[in-house]
Design a protein around this ligand. Sequence first.
Ligand code: PEP
Ligand code: MG
Length: 591
Amino acid sequence: MPDQESQEIVLRGIGGSPGICIGKAYLVDREGVDVVQRYAVGAQGLAKEKNRFKTAVQRAKEELHSIIENTPEEFREHGDILETHVVLLKDKMLYSRTIDIIDKEKINAEWALKKAVAGLKQMFQEMTDPYLRERSEDILQVSDRILRNLVGARQVDIRNINKRVILVAHDLSPAETAQIQLERIMGFVTDRGGKASHTSIIARTLAIPAVLGLGEATREIRNDEIIIVDGTEGTVILRPREETLLEYQDRQVQYEEFRMAISRDSHLPAETEDGVRLAVMGNIELPEEVVSVLDHGGEGIGLYRTEFGYLSRSSFPQEEELFDKYKDVVEVMAPRPVTIRTLDINGDKAVTYAAQRPEENPALGLRAIRYCLKRPDIFQTQLRAILRAADHGNVRILLPMISGVDELREARQHIEKAAESLEKDGVAHNSNIAVGVMIEVPSAVIVADFLAEEADFFSIGTNDLIQYSLAIDRGNQEVAHLFSPLHPALLRMLRQVTKAAKSQGIATYMCGEMAADPIHIPILLALELEELSMNPQSIPAVKRMVRSLKAEKCAPFLEEALRLKTARDVMNLLRTAYGEIFAENLYAQGR
Ligand code: PEP
Ligand code: MG
């Protein structure tokens, strides 16, 4: 019989970022709770076990105090919740009961805590009082914090990774990804997530192979074992045979050669065979990524996701700090445009110090522009920094999650106010800059004609537009197969938006990931988008695709595509019409 332990296993997931890597797995557990093991503790070890628990509670308390201290005054409410957490650490049902269980059952502290929490969960489930139910959420958060301290805090693990590894996690929030020293990471493997999730976007930006949405990878993969990650195919191979390893080493070399070949002509303009010119720009999350955009032939920054500068810290950044960062990006890119998107926090990019109560539907919650309009102080700080940076180069402002004209007007008033205050303070700035609207909420598509009257440009965010219009959580692997940019509903929306923009004489750009896949280029050319922005890695292949096409042929093609009823039909039409051209470009895109 073959040895079960050493049998090669192939896990299939979603190719989040192309490329191949072979290396040691570094497991990061999400809940802490999953890895809890039960083991007996002898009578002589009980005191030590109880002390371990008490120390973990003490550490949790110190953590909470440090967060409270760093909570700005305006978020007192958040501080108050955390004060409650401090009190709950010593809750009888949690604290005393865990110690009791250690004593009575002579078991380890993690297991005892887990058991105490299970009892509490049961009790809370039976309650109908909403106040008490809310308290149960607090107790669970508190017990998680203790548990993380007992098993070794994961966040500390992530920050301290000091060897080249493949990160294997249940899920990675944008805040966590922002803490990792990414140069140490060879690849990402996660149980959750889809192609449009932020982990996947970051992995692509940094050219790190990633396979997401594997479901059970964290249970199957053992720490430190050698695994193969094929982000192009969306597979992870565990316990590979010798010949599999050799095959993938070869493929890795081929892939690198392909990328180098494609990068060689990345600095040529993206101009179709019949002379239609498109600007191909880069999306960045952090200022350091600007270099990657330039290296890959990017002609500007089409989307600067500024919220990443707010993640993984303990308080909101001040104007001066933001200004320095934006100015760096703007100066390096000048005279090329830098499209600074205002803060798009919450949703899946929650900021711990933002005093947010947990939301039942974060994607539909106090996110992006809604948050900024509700927190004018935070919005003003950012706007002042942007307008000051605009004095050093070519800046545009992009407003996220606009759902209608009123939000655009209100946001514009804030921009004016920021300009007036800078004027009054005698601070150099430039308020004569374009203000654009992200088209990523279905209602914005429907009123695109109204928005076009008052916006200077549109930028279509297909990641959210697909999420909201097709009702598909962009981070949920269970529905990832339905996440389709070629859905007839989306194609119709794209056409509606470009028509509305054209009728008012404003330009439409695209900065969602749809723009990053060369397969979509015939459609995007037919829509006459003027600019496409994407993760820097994808720029060369997209430019090459533009150069291989004739724009005049794309327009009738789109008309035909718009008559088709399913995404699959559209894909088949694309393959029939452009199959040969795609064959040269697709490998880089994970097909
Ligand atoms: C989008 O929604 O398409 C987009 C570009 O913004 P983000 O991915 O940051 O939500
Ligand atoms: Mg978006």
